[in-house]
Design a protein around this ligand. Sequence first.
Ligand code: 5GP
Length: 357
Amino acid sequence: MEWCLSMPKVELHAHLNGSIRDSTLLELTEGLIGKGVIDISEVEHIIKKYNRSVAEVFKLFDLIHILTTDHKTVTRITREVIEDFASENVVYLELRTTPKRNDSVGMTKRSYVEAVIKGLRSITSVDVDFVPRCEDSKSLFSSVPAIGHVRKRIYVRLLLSIDRRETAEAAMETVKLALEMRPFGVVGIDLSGNPNIGDWATYLPALKFAREQGLYVTLHCGEVPNSVEIKNMLDFRPQRIGHACHLEDEHWIQLKSSKIPVEICLTSNIRTLTIRSIDVHHFGDLYKAKHPLVLCTDDSGVFSTSLTEEYKYAADSFGLGRREMFELSRNAIEYTFADSKVKEDLRKFFNSVAKKY
Ligand code: 5GP
């Protein structure tokens, strides 16, 4: 399915620290072995495992964060993750990450985000648009590339994540930081982190404030059965939700009538056993119901996948052809948190290549 690779794609649910190249992770791990920072025997079995439970995935994130939370590494992984998405023809990426404090290296939430932005700025191998453009700026796809021009083009916008382990105050700090960083392409807030931990209501003041101030909000919703939380999250009416695995009948009715777009992460849901098997994945039902959907990777590094692989997986599993997959990808433009100019540029670009699919 070469066309899954060449097709322009839109990625709206990718966690920075979940999307690190294996080679980089290995290099960083090797750098720390012997320094007493990590005991490889404690984590080796999780690193090598194929199907990791939700709990094991979060254990792995704790390890990844030990490896990556210094400014230089944050800058490096940001650059690499964007290069990787661009290389598989992702033309619009909303990259999310949790701003972290790491006193041992003088890192604050703010300097963490600055390191991410430095990573964006440092990319030279692909054309990246990450700062909301001024009225007269050129669109990324407006010019037709010369024959033989192989440079990839990608819009990148950032979402700052609130981790469910954080306090209400730390969440508010993240929202205020997101507001400050809007000129550098931060468009919204995500609520993520171990779904078995914490109460999402802790973050309601921060999430409400974000929305009042014009930031977009997406919530990890229904990764584990939690009827009350799911209902309350849907009542909040975020602009998107991620996963939506454990909804009950009444939630499906509410979701479908609300038309809240769902970020679908097939491989992630299957590997973590959040969904029993692909043939019962809710993608099928939502697709048939023409509910707003977008295929995403979640954590391309942790789950050894790519957006191309997710498109192949959906096409194979649900019997969809290239035209249907192209429309799925094109429709996702409407669910981005981008401004109208970016959306228009993307629509024109998709229209210009539509004949191929
Ligand atoms: P980071 O925010 O550090 O760049 O990316 C990793 C973090 O994203 C994890 O520590 C976790 O908080 C969040 N995350 C990544 N994948 C998932 C997922 O599948 N579900 C949830 N709830 N959170 C996730």
